[in-house]
Design a protein around this ligand. Structure first.
Ligand code: EPZ
Length: 420
């Protein structure tokens, strides 16, 4: 297995190109199941999760070609609707094929995704909504077995909790359903907005895009003519590089990103002492020499994203004072805390609240436990004195494209090595 070796203290400079958003590309790839034509998707991030979902669709019979950040996919040749455990267990967002497969074929079997390091990650809200649209759903041998022999029917769906992939699944199910579907308490993440825009550009009438109430008139079973698609910029990758700059007190520029994707993250970095310059699709961060402490509560977009919580905990470890982080979305998303403590951090956990008292960080051998925790350890190692080794970075490779290449181009002392 690979590991990353980082020598802390290097100053960063220059600019970094932000890739397409993994969490937009995943539902976009699933949405091509609704298309009657081959779809060309550009700005595709070449990360493991994307390759896993492409493999899944290939296993179902779709024709796929990924090269130079462009995916061409033709799902008209799909001849199976069973998403098997061996793939779904690798990437729980595979559940995103449930809605489109059921809506297009009237039946499908998708392995239950199971939990992951950050929590149980249930899909009860996805299933309840599909049942309300007329699906018969049972759980058999670890699979969701779904049937809708006479197709899905549009209806009103009220989500008890705001769910990003739940909302995306139902939008894709509603796209081919008969009649109108109204989603209440819908997610407003930019990745959900892009799915709505794609459905609109595929000829469906949809209103409330970007709000908590979305209305969509289904095609009644007619497959969609989908346009070419460009994946939106990855706001979490961008936020991660802003944190790397803040940790190393370095001025850097991010290209191919937009301020409106990062509002809450920029607000918190400004509270910690950073300032920003904006030009077209670029953001330049000018961090302070030393960071002020911060208080963060994670919530749904446009609030502070849970996917940036671990990275800010790393920053809080060196801020001058006491920071508080309240993780409201996932029940076990503090796995990075114990690894940061091994680097000298002073972190007290009490349920979903973390209290971090700023200190100096020392290099250590640490272990990644999940995707965003991995990037938090990278950020901490950039600010720690000495040489850190970060193990199990297969977590990192799921969602960050060429992180060590991008960071070393900025001046970080980072190498990818093989465990002997
Ligand atoms: C998406 O996960 C993202 N993944 C996650 O990013 C992100 O952390 C999360 O949204 C929150 O923003 C993708 O988009 C592929 P949810 P998702 O359904 O959709 C509960 C990353 O690092 N819930 O919005 O699975 C759930 O337990 C990943 O890139 C139910 O109870 O998250 C959680 O507490 C990690 N029942 C809350 O809702 C359900 O049926 C929000 O979860 C569904 C969700």
């Amino acid at each position: 297995m690979d590991f990353l070796q980082i020598t802390g203290g290097a100053k960063l400079s220059g600019s970094v190109e932000i890739s397409g958003a993994k969490n937009a590309a995943l539902p976009i790839i699933a949405s091509t199941i609704l298309a009657k034509n081959e779809v060309k998707i550009t700005n595709m991030p070449e990360v493991v999760d994307i390759k896993t979902l492409i493999k899944l669709l290939g296993n179902l019979g779709a024709n796929t070609k990924l090269a130079n950040h462009t995916l061409s996919i033709d799902t008209t040749s799909i001849n199976s609707t069973k998403a098997t455990y061996d793939i779904v267990r690798k990437m729980r967002a595979s559940i995103l094929v449930l809605g489109p497969l059921l809506s297009r074929f009237g039946h499908c079997e998708v392995s239950l995704p199971g939990g992951c390091a950050i929590g149980a990650r249930p899909i009860d809200l996805h299933l309840a909504a599909l049942e309300k649209m007329g699906a018969q759903i049972s759980i058999e041998d670890g699979y969701v077995v779904a049937h809708a022999p006479s197709g899905l029917k549009g209806c009103e769906i009220m989500f008890d909790k705001i769910t990003v992939t739940g909302c995306e699944n139902i939008l894709m199910a509603a796209a081919l359903a008969k009649g109108k579907t109204r989603i209440l308490n819908a997610a407003k993440e930019p990745e959900v907005v892009q799915i709505c825009e794609i459905l609109r550009d595929s000829g469906l009438s949809i209103s409330g895009i970007g709000t908590s109430e979305i209305e969509l008139e289904g095609s009644g079973g007619e497959l969609l003519s989908m346009p070419d698609i460009k994946v939106i910029s990855d706001r979490i990758e961008a936020g991660t590089y802003l944190c790397a700059a803040a940790m190393s007190a370095s001025k850097i520029t991010l290209n191919h990103t937009q301020k409106e994707l990062l509002g809450a993250v920029i607000d918190k970095l400004e509270l910690m002492g950073a300032s920003f310059e904006y030009k077209d699709e670029s953001i330049t961060i000018i961090p302070p020499k030393s960071l002020s402490p911060v208080e963060i509560t994670t919530t749904e977009f446009p609030g502070f994203p849970t996917d940036m919580q671990a990275q800010f905990m790393a920053l809080a470890c060196v801020a001058k004072g006491v920071s508080i982080i309240d993780e409201r979305l996932f029940e076990n998303r503090f796995m990075h805390a114990s690894e940061l403590v091994r680097m000298g951090a002073n972190i007290k956990l009490n349920g979903h609240i973390a209290t971090i008292t700023g200190a100096s960080l020392k290099a250590a051998d640490v272990m990644a436990t999940d995707l965003r925790a991995s990037s938090a350890l990278v950020i901490a190692a950039l600010g720690a004195s000495g040489v850190s080794n970060i193990h199990r970075i297969y977590h990192l490779d799921r969602g960050y494209e060429n992180l060590e290449g991008k960071l070393s181009a900025l001046g970080a002392d980072i190498k990818r090595l093989k465990e002997d």
